[in-house]
Design a protein around this ligand. Sequence first.
Ligand SMILES: [Zn+2]
Length: 488
Amino acid sequence: MSKKDANSVSSNIKLITKQEMVLIKNSEEAKNTNIYGNLYGCLEAYTDLTKSKLNKDLVFDSKARMTITNNKKLLMENVKKEWYSKTLYMIATEDTFCQLCGRKNVYVCYIVNRLNGIELNVGRDCVSKFDTISGLKTVISNLDKAQRDYKKDERRIDFEVREGEEVGFLKQAESTLVNFPILLPYNLSCDLKNTLADCNRAKNIYIKNGNNIDEAFETFSTLRETFKYLHKKALKYFEAVKNHPLICDRSLTNWIVDNCPHVQEVIEKNSGILNEESLRFICEPNFIKGKIPVFMAHFDSCDVKIIGVEGDVIRFFIKNDIYFQPITFVVPIRDFMKYIGSKCLTDEYYKYTNKNLSSVKIENTGANYEAIYSSIGDTLKSNGYNFIIDNKTSQAYWEKRQSRTAINRWRKNEIPEKPIYKKTSKEELFKIISKILFDEDLLIKSPYILTGKIDISGRWITKAEKDENARIAAFAAGQQKQREFIPY
Ligand SMILES: [Zn+2]
């Protein structure tokens, strides 16, 4: 390069670019003549400023020249401080041109001057050049994302054009799997899920990264065909097993997913058929309802019958020589299935009796109270006990008549004493009877089974203490009533 050429290059160097010029002219900073001399007025004639133009123009005073050649950086920094971005960005709906460089804009961002309120629309390139203007860094990251998304949309459309009529395949396949009428065998189920996941991935990787659409679509189509083949296989399997009594249908599968997800794999590994291991966890009421006849068939009991399923329990009643009025009780489905139901459904020779029932709970009803009292009342009394309900307070008590054996010279003498009491409740009575409900020896041979349970906890009090408690309770209730009726 000759010296002359080098000179002309350096004299063409832009001291102020077109973009900077627009920004300076719309700002207040350069108007300060104390600092910048007559700069602002001189710039009016220019759209940009090169070294040679500056050299030729004698109107610039020394402060203005000094600013341009040595202090432009400071000037621009102060200029930029006057501006901030008003919006993130918008996509222009009609022709919009960047007011700094004049190029056409798709993504539009507005910057505003804090001092004079002037607004400028700035395009993508200029936003990057002036990214120290307040808010523009955020605009840039949002713009980048928008542009990436735009490219992704383009690639998605390209890919889906190739999919043609089958464009809904992925969604449809997903729904086919989620709604398949039964739980499938483990390997088949995994193959279907994995193939569909790979198929999804093939498409998404192309949309995300681009690369070769032919290769991506080839991979996708192969996987799509594999999925269709596996799906046919699944339908065939369904046809073969659909009448099996222990097939795990869709509604039961959904229940398992929500309540005991770990059981799903156990069933899948047993070819989608429920077995004892998985049945131990199944408490879905409708499924259980449907199996009641099976549970009855395996029940070796002449005095207990199943009434049905209600919520999460199975209801029974017992009626025999001891309980001549039927007593209804419940067993949680959970316990029943864990120990009994799972065996009934898988072992045709299995039998169970009353004694196998666990977590038995007599229902808290008036009829049950009547039935229990009329059955055990006499036994209680003949052993010195009773269950009473205080008329005034409705408080239930165990009553116990004590007897003292006095020995005098001639004979042993049973001397009756005043009864003692212990607070209790109908619930407590039901709880005790629930535990010994199936004990056939209970009343005749072993009344101590019952009385022992009554004695086991709580504190016996005298009649005087009991009456005092009742009096206090009545007094407290009266106070409460009085308070309620105080007129204000
Ligand atoms: Zn621009």
